[in-house]
Design a protein around this ligand. Structure first.
Ligand code: ADP
Ligand code: MG
Length: 402
């Protein structure tokens, strides 16, 4: 609101917000047609919007102190090679720039909401989700922009369709081949619930979380992001596909522990997995089972079991999928030592970003107070940064605030 007033010297016509998220369990399963179990968190991106006086759109990112002007929203195209270039009939937006996230969403919306093709918008973005920490600032921006712009144009779009449109924008404009989890939970999250998403059928089922008097989710941001992350991500995807070819299946969702044994290195099968393929597939198969078991344990209120599954997930990601890093291992190890912590694990793609813990309120307070110093004693962070540790609860997905 303040950012909009400062930039445009009037009040916005609509305000919308969409949350970031953490994934409780189900890591690297999304692109293997598997299960994930995220919650929306109480950090969100707020988007203020009004029609602009003409067909030019003015987008301001308060957190980056950056602004950009865009021509007709139905003329926007992604382009890997340039910043922003306006030709006679189209404006080309550099793939992956901050603008590409907002512009992609507006372009996709303008294709199905005629008023947005005809008029420009004035729009500000301000977020309490840390950018690029694995808490899905990108999807919270996308879903926030989509919710605000749809409300401004009077278009009613289901949360599911809105999420799909945002994901498509992240694919084509931002150039990130993400799964559906981030946009789904940002659009469809519910207070006090996790969302069990079947990434194959895209079915999404709410699962009640324990009351905040019994357990809280603690987010522990390692503040590191190792450069090999995106290359390793592409490599893991390719290894999973290779493992499927060996086992004669379309996706690791269809693999069972028995099938894995049949094709294990050294087995008598004509087609055997390499040790690396075997380890990666083993993680995915067991992680899908853990995710379903964790949803069941949540429903039953069995937090000890949820915690055990989280710790097993982390061990599998560290040993078999090999996407953890010393900093994330430290955070999980430190948290797991505190009495009242049910479990902890890295969350997100790995090689940095965040870990989470499920803990009693008392233990959660201890983690907030004690983790930063204990972490600092083990890892030297650049520029005197500390681990960022905060308590969150499962929150609602995107909404129009005003
Ligand atoms: P994550 O989604 O885990 O935070 P990503 O790398 O997927 O990390 O997305 C981060 C990128 O999204 C940023 O580098 C920026 O381009 C864009 N972004 C996210 N939030 C904002 C924001 N509040 N303002 C401008 N750009 C943002
Ligand atoms: Mg993201």
């Amino acid at each position: 609101m303040a950012a909009f007033r400062a930039r445009f010297a009037r009040d916005p016509r609509r305000i919308a917000a969409a949350p970031g998220r953490v994934n409780l369990i189900g890591e690297h399963t999304d692109y293997n047609d598997g299960f994930v179990l995220p919650i929306a968190i109480d950090r969100r991106t707020v988007v203020c919007i009004d029609w602009s006086p003409d067909s030019t759109s003015h987008i301001h990112a308060a957190d980056l102190n950056a602004s950009v002007d865009l021509p007709a929203l139905n003329s926007l195209r992604p382009d890997a090679s340039i910043n922003i270039k306006v030709d006679a009939d189209a404006a080309r937006i550099r793939t992956g720039s901050w603008v590409s996230y907002a512009a992609g969403v507006l372009a996709n919306l303008a294709a199905i909401v005629p008023p947005l093709a005809a008029r420009g918008v004035d729009l500000t973005i301000a977020s309490s989700v840390p950018l690029g920490s694995g808490l899905s600032s990108s999807a919270s921006l996308e879903v926030g922009v989509a919710t605000a712009a749809a409300a401004l144009a009077g278009a009613s779009i289901t949360p599911r369709d809105l999420a799909a449109l945002c994901r498509d924008a992240e694919h084509r404009f931002a150039g990130v081949p993400c799964g559906i989890m981030d946009q789904y939970i940002a659009a469809m999250g519910r207070h006090d619930h996790a969302l069990l998403i079947d990434c194959r059928t895209q079915a999404a089922e709410l699962v009640a979380m324990p009351g905040a008097d019994r357990a809280e989710v603690v987010v522990m941001d390692s503040r590191v992001k190792h450069a090999l992350a995106s290359g390793q991500y592409a490599e893991r995807r390719e290894t999973c596909r290779a493992a499927c070819r060996v086992m004669g299946i379309d996706s690791l969702r269809d693999a069972s522990p028995e099938l894995l044994t049949l094709h294990a290195p050294g087995a008598r099968s004509p087609a055997t997995l390499s040790p690396v393929e075997h380890a990666r597939a083993r993680h995915i198969i067991s992680e899908n089972a853990r995710t379903l078991a964790a949803a069941q344990a949540l429903r039953a209120g069995d937090l000890e079991e949820v915690g055990r599954l989280m710790l097993a997930s982390h061990a599998s990601l560290r040993e078999h999928y090999q996407v953890s890093c010393p900093e994330l291992d430290t955070l999980v190890e430190l948290a797991a030592q505190v009495p009242g912590v049910f479990g902890a694990r890295m969350t997100g793609g790995g090689f940095g970003g965040c870990a989470i813990a499920l803990a009693t309120p008392h233990a959660a307070d201890r983690l907030v107070r004690e983790i930063p110093a204990a972490y600092r004693a083990r890892h030297a962070l650049p520029h005197g940064l500390d681990a960022r540790v905060f308590v969150t609860t499962a929150c609602d997905g995107a909404s129009v605030i005003a």
